[in-house]
Ligand binder design. Structure first.
Ligand code: NAD
Ligand code: GLY
Length: 375
């Protein structure tokens, strides 16, 4: 299946295809793959640098090299970086730039992000900044990257003071999603990506949320058909939003449902021992409870979100940091203005509402929840 991303803000000229299938890298006949790349406008005679991690290279490096050769790509190389969020840093950005310069790569050449969201964000930012912009292709290998980070052009690195603080919007030329590669992802990583899938249903699509409630067991046991379905639906919801609001001047903020508290949780954990999707899961339950507290949605909506999150093996409870710590971490959010934060709330499952909320209100509600937790 192909989904087209055509941001209105760039007059559709920077449009690209998201190609979703099983066997793109390892299984498809050469002819099919080459025609996919040709139709995406990729110049197979250019130079390619694939940015990846040790784990992904160990699992798929040979297969990916064979795939590139099968496509007629001869001039390619890998840069293999450590696994983990700390790779999304200035040091590794600089390592990629060094390699691009050593190889004398030109604007018409390509960086391939071959990995999860960490690699996609980092390699995308390297592509945005080298020679003021070199071609870039996303080949995501985690569920989180398939359904969210590989689509929409948010690229960047973390700063010691906060996540994703340095970055740019920079769209890829194509996104190739091969669900076969999800088979080697461990269950915790699969659930991590599933949190972002729940986000689309909870904030934007009630029928999709119902599908997830009925099928989460199949999805989390790697059933190919249901995985393809949730990736297609998630990408098409995201493409629709990005097409209307590429640079997040309004509507795109809905994709941050669960992220205001979620990012604070990640910061307070110092990005260690908690995964992005797990932090977002906690943030979604908090946002749903806050929505009910403000009279927007009912108890049943909160319970359905909480139950799907718990049933998927994701955390729902707010970790034991103080309300002061949460508020201080949230103040670094990019959606803060004038002592208020733009919060994504739900009116009912599948329908969202933006509200500017005072930090005082969030502090009081966090205090109330913390007291409720005390035995
Ligand atoms: P990740 O990139 O760290 O990948 C998780 C782990 O899985 C890594 O150790 C990786 O090497 C390994 N891995 C990758 N593919 C594998 C495979 N097929 N089989 C086995 N192991 C594999 O984590 P992630 O959850 O994919 O991405 C998280 C990052 O994405 C965060 O930095 C987050 O901020 C970012 N993000 C960005 C956006 C965006 O719009 N740009 C959206 C959501 C999240
Ligand atoms: N992950 C949120 C966005 O892409 O806007």
């Amino acid at each position: 299946m192909k989904i087209r991303v055509e941001p209105e803000s760039s007059g559709k000229k920077d449009g690209y295809d998201i190609i979703i299938d099983a066997g793109i890298i390892g299984g498809n006949p050469a002819g099919k793959t080459v025609s996919l790349l040709n139709s995406a406008g990729i110049n197979l005679k250019a130079g390619f640098l694939a940015v990846t991690t040790k784990t992904v290279h160990g699992l798929y490096g040979d297969k990916f090299s064979a795939f590139l050769k099968k496509c007629g790509i001869e001039n390619f190389d890998f840069i293999v970086l450590p696994d983990g969020e700390s790779t999304k840093s200035l040091k590794y950005l600089s390592d990629i730039h060094d390699r691009l310069i050593d190889k004398r790569m030109e604007r018409s050449d390509y960086i391939i992000a071959f990995g999860g969201g960490v690699i996609g964000d980092l390699a995308g930012f390297a592509a945005a900044t080298y020679l003021r912009g070199i071609n870039f292709i996303q080949v995501p290998t985690t569920l989180l990257a398939d359904v969210d980070s590989s689509v929409g052009g948010k690229t960047g690195i973390d700063h010691p003071k906060g996540k994703n603080l340095i970055g740019s919007f920079y769209q890829p030329k194509a996104v190739l999603i091969d669900v076969d590669m999800l088979k080697t992802l461990d269950k915790r990583e699969l659930a991590n990506g599933f949190a972002e899938v729940i986000k689309y249903g909870a904030a934007l699509d009630a029928d999709f949320f119902k599908y997830l409630e009925s099928n989460y067991k199949k999805i989390l046991t790697y059933d190919e058909e249901s995985l393809i379905h949730i990736i297609e639906r998630s990408c098409s919801i995201k493409a629709d939003i990005v097409n209307k609001d590429e640079k997040e001047s309004g509507l795109r903020s809905v994709l941050n449902f669960g992220h205001s508290l979620g990012h604070a949780v990640e910061t307070l954990y110092n990005y260690e021992n908690i995964k992005h999707g797990e932090a977002i899961a906690v943030g979604m339950v908090f946002a749903a409870k806050l929505s009910k507290h403000l009279g927007l949605c009912g108890e049943e909506d909160v319970n359905r979100i909480k139950n799907l999150i718990i049933n998927s093996g994701l955390p729902a409870d707010i970790p034991d940091f103080t309300p002061e710590q949460y508020i201080n971490a949230m103040k670094l959010d990019k959606k803060v203005a004038d002592k208020q934060i733009k919060f994504v709330l739900i009116k009912r499952i599948g329908t969202f509402e933006f509200k500017m909320l005072d930090f005082g209100l969030i502090y009081d509600y966090l205090t109330k929840l913390t007291k409720l937790k005390t035995p």
